[in-house]
Design a protein around this ligand. Structure first.
Ligand code: HEM
Length: 128
């Protein structure tokens, strides 16, 4: 068969790495997001790199190291409001633009991330 994963189609490790770095540079400068992230994003970036790799059909790097992602549970220590979910998605959208990820596949990936981001919301008080 001719089936390739989204991971392969977008350019694999190199593209994910560029996406993750570009994304967290934006997160770090976003007034709604910066306050809930650690100052040093090295480990955050590593984890997101591993997670997105498997999320897009690449090797299961995150689960091999950390077990089941249980993303919603892992986000519970952080107040994730609808406003922060939109901010996260806006940074991701901009990061995809910046690295030149385009087309139908980009839209599919972004819709999956939109569902996941909304699923992370654990606080509805939008007073940030
Ligand atoms: C970890 C915020 C959505 C994947 C984190 C951390 C924060 C955060 C503050 C902890 C960083 C650290 O301690 O290193 C948010 C906010 C979101 C959001 C505000 C808005 C909805 C997402 C989505 C994904 C995701 C949509 C998946 C694509 C991860 C992963 C980790 C993480 C894999 C590391 C978990 C771990 O192993 O500790 N996020 N996140 N996040 N986030 Fe998010």
């Amino acid at each position: 068969a001719n089936e390739t994963t989204a991971y392969e189609q977008i350019g694999g490790a190199e593209t994910i790495s560029r996406l993750v770095h570009t994304f967290y540079a934006l997160v770090q400068r976003h007034p709604d997001l910066a306050p809930i992230f650690p100052e040093d994003l090295t480990e955050t970036k590593n984890k997101q790199y591993m997670f997105l790799t498997q999320f897009l059909g690449g090797p299961p790097l995150y689960s091999e190291r950390f077990g089941h992602p249980m993303l919603r549970a892992r986000h519970m220590p952080f107040p994730i409001t609808p406003k922060r979910a939109e901010a996260w998605l806006s940074c991701m959208n901009q990061a995809m633009d910046k690295i030149g990820l385009e087309g139908e596949l980009r839209n599919e990936i972004f819709s999956r991330l939109t569902l996941t981001a909304h699923h992370m919301v654990n606080q509805w008080d939008d007073a940030s």
